[in-house]
Design a binder for this molecule. Structure first.
Ligand SMILES: Cc1ncc(COP(=O)(O)O)c(C=O)c1O
Length: 501
């Protein structure tokens, strides 16, 4: 049976039930309604396909009873972790319509007659926000005038940027293959870069060509950057700067990085990963953080990280729109038309109407609403930082620039006067790792954990720490929640620390 031969009223009833169930899920206060070990979930769900058909009603009932309670709800006010909430009303509406309309952004004429131009409009709005120039609308004659591509995530956008860098360094490599892998080196900041760049270098066939440069305060040590560019002159294809690194969301001094690199080599491709930093572009109070971004050749932005847009949605924007020609594909089967996005999206063929979510979201907020969203998040992060500073057992590891605040719980026997010896760093890490395990197992709150160099020397310069991280992206998280999570962490830490030596 398909939607076409079912009774429209029946389908409509089921869909109303689905939307009610989905809204109840988003609005539930809990992150998880139920937690089970992975093997229990595996054994419950990985089963053979039954011979007999099931009714939609029965399927929905079983989904709601067995699967949904185990799903994570990022819109819970106690979800303070990775990513965004995915619950912007307009973008949810766009997501649903994107599913129903079943447009395929691979082609324009018969696959996505209007969707293609919605996608172009969204790309131009994003370009406008970061400060790239847009051609006049009447001058958009092909997809190579759009100035970017919508992809499924920051990883794909970064990988496309690395292909552009490779073609810029050695035009034609896409067709002829990589000749001298050592000529495709890429500079990244040590220990704070996102793995997607190194993975992209592997995927595009240049191998392990990342050169890690020391950082200071979660930004490049500029003298070390200059040395690295100088020492590898002629063999570097790209320098990567983070406008909001994955851990602390510190924004690089983009203009200074650009000036140093350009003074030594005008051919190096400059790429900004602004998956998190896009949010600074929304507000006149924050956009100074991105000063210099328009001098970079490409920028990755991730609306699914910072605009409450449901997964997934990313964009790669390029300073010179025509530069995307270097990684284009041609096929006589499909895509022989000027506005076919399938020509300019490496790795992606069929692509759903992802951009509709963002189109709806941006129109429903307008520039003023986007500015308010950014400022509220940054303000909330600062209020959380102030709460941490009042607590003797909590230490934050950086000044928040965007929405992230990384901090550690300090066991009561440790006096945090740097530099701490190895055994005290190890104890702090062990307690914080145990704390995080317990937080995840409880499932009442969610905070992220990762390794982080102590780049501000709060405990000891160069030490690797295992902090907890608060994220201020969730509009449902109030000041009371912030005070509550601090109580929860310090009580749990106090109970655990005696067990860990
Ligand atoms: C800075 C940065 N770049 C790229 C990515 C990859 O994004 P995605 O998971 O959307 O592919 C992430 C993900 O966390 C990130 O933090």
């Amino acid at each position: 049976m398909t939607a076409a031969d079912a009774d429209a009223d029946d389908i409509s009833d089921v869909l109303h039930r689905v939307l009610d169930m989905a809204m109840r899920f988003k609005l539930q206060p809990d992150i998880f309604r139920e937690r089970l070990p992975p093997e229990r979930i595996r054994d419950m769900l990985v089963v053979d396909l039954p011979r007999e058909a099931s009714s939609l009603g029965a399927l929905l009932e079983s989904f709601e009873k067995t699967i949904l309670p185990l799903c994570k709800n990022e819109a819970s006010p106690r979800f303070l972790g990775f990513g965004d909430t995915g619950d912007d009303p307009a973008s949810l509406v766009g997501g649903v319509l994107g599913l129903f309309t079943q447009q395929n952004l691979i082609n324009q004429s018969f696959d996505a007659p209007s969707a293609t131009f919605v996608e172009i409009a969204v790309l131009r709005w994003l370009r406008d926000l970061v400060g790239y120039d847009n051609p006049a609308v009447a001058d958009i004659h092909t997809v190579w005038d759009a100035g970017g591509v919508i992809t499924h995530g920051g990883t794909t956008s970064n990988a496309t940027a690395m292909m552009l860098a490779r073609e810029h360094k050695a035009p034609g490599t896409m067709h002829e293959g990589v000749r001298n892998p050592g000529d495709f080196r890429v500079i990244v900041p040590r220990e704070i870069g996102h793995y997607s760049i190194k993975s992209a270098l592997n995927w595009i066939g240049v191998g392990d060509q990342a050169i890690e440069v020391d950082t200071h305060g979660f930004r490049y040590d500029l003298a070390a950057l200059e040395r690295a560019v100088h020492d590898n002159r002629g063999r570097i294809m790209a320098v990567i700067a983070y406008a909001g690194d994955s851990r602390t969301q510190t924004v690089e001094h983009l203009r200074r990085v650009r000036d140093i690199v350009r003074a030594l080599d005008s051919r190096i491709w400059l790429h900004v990963d602004a998956c998190w930093g896009l949010v600074a572009a929304f507000s006149n109070q924050l956009c100074h953080l991105l000063d210099g971004v328009t001098e970079f050749d490409s920028v990755t932005v991730d609306p699914h990280k910072v605009m409450a847009v449901p997964y997934s949605l990313s964009a790669l924007l390029v300073r010179e729109p025509a530069s995307l020609r270097a990684v284009s594909s041609y096929s006589d089967l499909i895509m022989q038309e000027d506005y076919a996005f399938g020509q300019v999206t490496p790795f992606i063929g069929t692509k759903g109407w992802l951009s509709l979510k963002l189109w709806m979201m941006m129109l429903s907020h307008g520039r003023t609403g986007l500015a308010a969203l950014a400022e509220q998040r940054v303000d909330k992060a600062r209020r959380f930082a102030a709460l941490l500073d009042e607590h003797p057992r909590l230490m934050r590891l950086h000044d928040p620039e965007l929405a992230a605040v990384a901090f550690v719980y300090l066991p009561s026997d440790i006096c945090p006067v740097p530099p701490l010896p190895d055994e005290q760093i190890a104890r702090i890490n062990a307690v914080n790792q145990r704390l995080h395990d317990r937080i995840l197992a409880d499932g009442t709150w969610h905070l992220h954990q990762f390794t982080l160099p102590d780049d501000h020397a709060r405990l000891r310069a160069g030490a690797t720490l295992y902090p907890l991280r608060f994220m201020a992206n969730n509009p449902r998280t109030t000041d009371t929640h912030m005070a509550d999570v601090i109580d929860y962490i310090t009580t749990l830490g106090g109970n655990l620390e005696g067990d860990i030596r």
